[in-house]
Write a protein that binds this ligand. Structure first.
Ligand SMILES: Nc1ncnc2c1ncn2[C@@H]1O[C@H](COP(=O)(O)OP(=O)(O)O)[C@@H](O)[C@H]1O
Ligand SMILES: [Mg+2]
Length: 238
């Protein structure tokens, strides 16, 4: 039995339909990746799961319970935390204040607290009293990840955490993932960097125009199949 599942998930912005029956599963402790071009619906999927967009109750199931109608505070309280696209830190608050916001609404025993997050990202300990805006993009991303971890999530959603960051910084951030996994959390990574997505995950889903066009084990998908699922069958292979 999967820890988490979407079943025929749809999403709308007014009259515009952004998701057309998306089915994904995540097992306990598993890391999956969602890939796809700009506009494929990846963020919409994350926002639906996190309760930012409200759904049919049965379209999202967590721990055998329908959660599609729950609000984002209720979703967080159950153990699903999101690192949102664009990080969305509170700019005037310090690093530490931003981190502390993360377990407002879910206080549970777990491996993650301020100390263990500073151990995970030591540079944040040095900058703990700095306003979030004083940090580099990579450091801000670490705060966003740390903030989500403060709730000791059972499912962590990460939306494009490497976007706009230098490769060396991306490497530092992904270096934290084995330790996040060791907490027992299941992880959903949204990535446009296909190589990175395949490296960090055991399974991958590719989306295009609001649908899952390919899924499979990350070590078994061919470059050709991914290319077709990403851009469509009639797109020329480069
Ligand atoms: N707030 C919104 N209002 C209207 N349309 C939106 C909104 N957010 C996203 N969309 C549209 O929904 C589709 C999926 O977007 P999104 O989920 O952001 O894709 P991705 O994260 O894969 O780039 C796109 O066509 C996008 O233009
Ligand atoms: Mg997006």
């Amino acid at each position: 039995m999967a820890l988490f599942e979407t079943r025929g998930l749809t999403a709308f912005y007014g009259d515009f339909q952004a998701l057309f029956g998306v089915d994904i599963t995540v097992d306990a402790g598993e890391t999956i990746a969602i890939i796809g071009a700009n506009g494929a619906g990846k963020t919409t999927l994350m926002r639906s799961i996190a309760g930012v967009l409200i759904n049919e109750p049965d379209a999202i199931v967590f721990d055998n319970e329908p959660i599609g109608r729950l609000s984002s505070p209720d979703i967080l309280a159950r153990g699903i935390a999101m690192v949102p696209e664009g990080r969305r830190l509170f700019p005037s608050l310090t690093v530490e204040e931003n981190l502390k916001i993360g377990n407002y609404g879910r206080v549970v025993d777990g491996v993650f607290d301020l100390d263990s997050i500073y151990a995970l990202f030591p540079v944040l300990a040095e900058r703990r009293r700095s306003p979030a805006t004083a940090l580099s993009g990579g450091q801000q991303q670490m705060v966003a990840i740390g903030r989500a971890l403060m709730s000791n999530p059972r499912l962590l959603l990460c939306d494009e955490i490497s976007l706009g960051l230098a490769p060396v910084v991306v490497r530092d951030i992904y270096a934290a993932f084995p330790r996040i996994r060791a907490s027992g959390a299941a992880i959903v990574i949204v990535e446009q960097d296909i190589a990175q997505a395949l490296k960090v995950s055991s399974r991958v889903y590719c989306m295009m125009e609001g649908r899952v066009t390919l899924s499979g084990r990350s070590d078994a998908l061919t470059r050709d199949a991914i290319h077709r699922a990403y851009f469509g069958a009639d797109h020329e292979l480069a």
